[in-house]
Design a protein around this ligand. Structure first.
Ligand SMILES: NC(=O)c1ccc[n+]([C@@H]2O[C@H](COP(=O)([O-])OP(=O)(O)OC[C@H]3O[C@@H](n4cnc5c(N)ncnc54)[C@H](OP(=O)(O)O)[C@@H]3O)[C@@H](O)[C@H]2O)c1
Length: 511
């Protein structure tokens, strides 16, 4: 059987809906996210011919910078972080559309200056007044910005020219704070104008989850408790806390990874087939999963969750200090850098099927995947010897580093002896489609310009996932733990997490 031939996709084939000229206003334009992700994403969209020919970007921040300083910083960001190399001729066209304005988010004068500047830029380039406001700032500033936009009448509830707002994660740190952010954004903008970003939803394999399930006839009939033994969702990071201790100390792995990315992955695996691809129909189907998640409360938290911190160790060849010794971390911190959960989706399809979730920092490598393990075959024929059980079939969707998909099956070893061995049928996006996938932020920025909210979090889903997470946080707090279990940096996690899954007769997939 020949391997899948390489298929070259040209950027033009990718364009879905035409996008109208617009101005992107980035609150936090002088920050890390804008430099490393947002501007490189826009630059790549331009190279691929997907950005509207007429566009402008206005970055805001507190730092005092000229347009030239701003452009130089962003150039360096593109040089280091862009998927495609910097091409001088294209960059010089792009860079003329980048502007900067200094001002504090809490300062009302900022919004008067912003309004004047946006109108200036729109006049200069003949832009039609479509505006996207990107909140790439700490959540503590979200309210001030929404109120500033409301007060200055930059926030308008109309379809044409449009005003849209992108809200970066984290949307809150528990249910109450998420509700508060949603209340203020919801007072100023209509839900249809709000795009809550979860960049995992822009990743190719994550988008492919729905395609695998609903564009192939072989999976859906067996996608249920009769055939699936369990599901493992892993988001493993090799990096320690690095320079983000201030943020991370307040967040921890559960808030940082599970509340958003991992629950969204779980929803995509577990949801019922939506009747159309309409954004709200898909989001309703995901919402149903969140409603069915069995709460982990009170004493159950000991049976269904494990949290831990990394101790000193080595990741790759790099020595890593223990979490409590990292700069900016309290020496008696109880912030978890690792979490493992055993969850149940309590509906007909998933009755009794555990979903094991694990995520952590300072693990051996950066790897994210969803693995669906099917039930064991009966103990007859090739599986007759209990001391040599045949490994179960596993469908694994790898989200990073190399996006792709593999199916583990058992095969006969060539030769005269009756021997079997597990083998993997695999495909990698970059090999089959001839180039690496676009970055998640490219897809998502384009979606906002096109007004397509499918890959964004709706208000009810954000609050439902926070409601579920907050119960775990409260149960942890009731435990009153002063020391968390530890795992050496570079190890796959704490022994307590191994026990969580081993007590069910299962094991984690290797990292
Ligand atoms: N970096 C990432 O990879 C990443 C990933 C996912 C989500 N996020 C989220 O994205 C947001 C931005 O992250 P970041 O990494 O870019 O943070 P950052 O590097 O600390 O940048 C924060 C930005 O916000 C501006 N800012 C902060 N307080 C302000 C105020 N009161 N008035 C005006 N401007 C203010 C800063 O301006 P000055 O520096 O000029 O003061 C800076 O431009 C955060 O909510 C973060 O959680 C970041």
């Amino acid at each position: 059987m020949p391997a899948t031939p390489r298929i070259d996709i040209t950027p033009a084939q990718e364009a879905l809906a035409p996008v109208e000229p617009c101005t992107l206003i980035i609150f936090g334009g002088s920050g890390d996210l804008a430099r490393r992700r947002l501007i490189p994403a826009l630059y790549n969209l331009m190279l691929d011919g997907l950005l509207p020919a007429n566009f402008a970007v206005l970055g805001l921040g507190r730092k005092s910078m000229t347009n030239e300083d701003f452009r130089a910083t962003l150039r360096e960001g593109v040089l280091t972080h862009s998927r495609q190399p910097l091409k001088e001729d294209r960059w010089s066209v792009f860079t003329e559309r980048l502007f900067y304005l200094a001002g504090g988010n809490e300062d009302r004068q900022t919004y008067a200056a912003l309004k004047a500047r946006v109108e200036d830029i729109e006049r200069q380039f003949g832009l039609p007044g479509n505006r996207i406001f990107y909140l790439s700032i700490p959540p503590s500033s979200f309210t001030a910005v929404c109120e500033g936009l409301e007060h200055s009448e930059l926030a308008v509830r109309r379809a044409r020219p449009y005003a849209r707002i992108i809200v970066e994660k984290p949307v809150g740190r528990d249910l109450a704070s998420a509700q508060q952010i949603n209340a203020v954004t919801g007072r100023v903008f209509d839900e249809s104008q709000i795009f809550r970003i979860d960049h995992y939803l822009g990743k190719e394999t994550v988008q492919n989850l729905m395609v695998v399930r609903f564009a192939n006839s072989i999976f859906e009939p067996i996608w249920n408790h009769k055939y699936i033994d369990h599901v493992q969702i892993t988001v493993s990071e090799a990096e320690g806390v690095g320079t983000r201790a201030t943020y991370y100390e307040e967040a921890g792995a559960l808030r940082d990874m599970v509340q958003n990315h991992m629950l969204q992955l779980l929803c995509l695996v577990a949801m019922e087939p939506p009747y159309s691809l309409d954004p709200d129909v898909v989001r309703n189907a995901k919402m149903e999963v969140l409603r069915c998640l069995r709460p982990i409360t009170g004493k159950d938290v000991e049976m269904f969750s494990v949290r831990a911190q990394y101790a000193a160790g080595v990741v790759g060849e790099n020595p890593v200090p223990g979490y409590r010794r990292e700069v900016g971390v309290k020496p008696d911190s109880t912030t978890e850098t690792y979490v493992a959960l055993k969850c149940f989706v309590e509906n007909w399809r998933w009755s009794g099927v555990p979903f094991y979730l694990r995520t952590g920092k300072a693990l051996p490598q950066r790897a994210s995947e969803v693995a669906v393990q099917f039930k064991d075959i009966p103990q007859i024929l090739f599986n007759a010897m209990p001391q040599h059980p045949q490994p179960a079939n596993v469908l694994a969707l790898r989200i990073q580093p190399e996006e792709g998909l593999s199916l583990r099956i058992v095969s006969r070893v060539p030769g005269t002896r009756e021997q079997t061995h597990p083998v993997e049928m695999a495909f990698k996006y970059a090999e089959v489609f001839g180039r690496p996938s676009p970055e998640a932020y490219e897809r998502l920025l384009l979606d906002v310009m096109a007004g397509d909210a499918s890959r964004f979090m709706r208000r009810d889903a954000v609050e439902a996932s926070w409601a579920w997470i907050t119960k775990i946080l409260e149960a942890w707090q009731q435990q009153g733990t002063r020391w968390l279990p530890e795992y050496p940096a570079g190890a796959c996690g704490p022994v307590e997490a191994d026990r969580l899954i081993q007590q069910d007769g299962r094991t984690w997939r290797p990292l």
